[in-house]
Design a binder for this molecule. Structure first.
Ligand SMILES: O=C(CO)[C@H](O)[C@H](O)COP(=O)(O)O
Length: 235
């Protein structure tokens, strides 16, 4: 089974297991959630569900609108029943690295407002510990502070921070939905690395807006497997 199909079966199962009528639903960002929104839209039509969807990015907002779902906002719906989102890596305790798509800030805000955060991913994201396979931790920063933050993190913890560039699609650095930069921290952790402590220290550095370390936030993860099965991990 292709990676795309693995993403799809994970997202479909998560939506089928967790979505019922009259919920406020957080909609994540990335390629896997696209299938989740497809399934939501199918079920809204076939079961006449009443759902309000809260986006985690410009992409998520467009997905909600393009699929004919009801767009909500945190001002009106600050409590979210269930948020469904992808991840770049997810460890045995369901701690995650997110932000590969550059949307980590709104993703973390929405996750923090959700009673339940569900992760949907293909099997390549399922790890023992963070940075086992995915070797970078995205950090959203205020543009004027990116060099001091880079220097500070490198001297505190080592590794190498690189400003995420737009490549051929954009000259210069990418700018997030919130007008910030992303520093990708290339860092090799181990099963004993204290990512919770590291996250807390990084969050204290002036100019850091948020990190892609989602510690203790997810309750359940669905991983689509090459054989067509879906592995479920729950805390
Ligand atoms: O955190 C994210 C975006 O900021 C995504 O959820 C993460 O990158 C996973 O994306 P995909 O579903 O494409 O693998």
């Amino acid at each position: 089974m292709s990676l795309e199909m693995a993403k799809k079966i994970a997202a479909y199962k998560a939506v089928d297991d967790h979505i019922t009528d009259n919920l406020v639903v957080g909609i994540g960002s990335g390629s896997t959630i696209v299938y989740g929104v497809q399934r939501l839209a199918e079920r809204v039509i076939s079961e006449n569900l009443n759902l309000i969807c809260i986006p985690t990015s410009f992409q998520a907002k467009q997905l909600i609108l393009d699929n004919g779902l009801i767009l909500g906002e945190l001002d009106r719906n600050p409590t979210i029943d269930v948020a469904i989102d992808g991840a770049d890596e997810c460890d045995v305790e369901l701690n995650c690295i997110k932000g590969g798509g550059g949307c980590l800030l709104q993703e973390k805000i929405v996750a923090s407002c959700a009673k339940t955060l569900i992760i949907v991913a293909d099997h390549t994201k399922n790890s023992e510990y963070l940075t086992e396979k995915y070797k970078k931790i995205p950090i959203e920063v205020t543009p004027i502070a990116y060099i001091p933050i880079k220097n500070r993190i490198e001297s505190l913890f080592g590794g190498d921070l690189k400003l995420r560039m737009g490549g051929s699609a954009k000259a210069g650095p990418i700018v997030t939905d919130n007008g910030n930069f992303i520093l990708d921290w290339f860092f090799d952790g181990s099963p004993t690395t204290d990512f919770d402590g590291i996250n807390r220290e990084i969050m204290m550095i002036p100019g850091v807006v948020d990190t892609g370390l989602f510690i203790g936030m997810a309750k359940k993860a669905y991983f689509g497997m090459p054989d067509g099965s879906v592995i479920e991990k729950e805390i």
